[in-house]
Design a protein around this ligand. Structure first.
Ligand SMILES: Nc1nc2c(ncn2[C@@H]2O[C@H](COP(=O)(O)OP(=O)(O)OP(=O)(O)O)[C@@H](O)[C@H]2O)c(=O)[nH]1
Ligand SMILES: [Mg+2]
Length: 187
């Protein structure tokens, strides 16, 4: 798996909440009215730069470690299913145990009136419909932008650390009385 050039997004949420539908609408512009449950973990790709992994709900979902390869996550819930809604907090806690990468929440089936909207202080919620396509691209593109910004921030932090290190080394060399940590190994 080429992690350097490929963005991996994990999609989680309650049973039949609409995970597959969000993914297939975004990647392939396909919506299927017929419910076909996803078993275990399913990978969806489009081109070589984006991978979306669907995780089905299992009792002990912490058995997997999504922080290992995920650059971001989408927590999906069905706005018309109270169980699905009630699981959001668990998914957020679960996610935060493994990763600090960006997360968004998608409340699905907005084409059906009267859904319950979940609000969070720091995580953005999008109200989406895979059936009509409402907000699907906005939601996933927003997450991809967050991931990009985070990667740029990480890159800048590493570049700054390298610069600080180089400056320290130069300072050590220009101050003869100061013992260079670099030379220690040779003595
Ligand atoms: N009206 C409407 N139905 C939707 C929408 N999204 C999904 N559905 C329907 O909801 C059912 C479940 O959708 P899936 O996308 O298969 O849900 P899932 O979360 O992947 O389900 P599992 O893999 O079994 O956990 C299907 O019958 C879909 O057609 C939506 O935005 N609007
Ligand atoms: Mg599915």
């Amino acid at each position: 798996m080429d992690l350097q050039n490929c963005t991996n997004i994990v999609v989680v949420g309650g049973v039949a909440s609409g995970k597959t539908s969000v993914i297939t609408k975004y990647l392939y512009n396909i919506f299927n009215e017929n419910y076909v449950t996803t078993r275990d973990i399913k990978l969806y790709t489009h081109g070589k730069y984006l991978r979306m992994w669907e995780y089905v709900y299992v009792q002990h979902h912490c058995i997997w470690n999504w922080g290992r390869y995920a650059h971001g996550a989408i927590i999906v819930y069905d706005m018309h299913n109270i169980d699905s809604y009630n699981q959001i907090e668990d998914w957020i806690n679960e996610a935060r145990r493994f990763t600090n990468e960006p997360i968004i929440i998608c409340g699905t089936k907005s084409d059906i009136p009267g859904g319950k909207i979940y609000k969070h202080d720091t995580i953005t919620t999008f109200i989406v419909s895979a059936k009509t396509g409402e907000n699907i691209s906005d939601a996933v593109d927003y997450l991809l932008r967050q991931i990009k910004e985070r990667n740029i921030a990480k890159y800048k932090e590493q570049a700054q650390k390298l610069k600080d290190y180089q400056e320290q080394q130069e300072e050590n060399i220009s101050q003869p009385g100061k013992k260079s940590t670099k030379g220690c190994a040779l003595m």
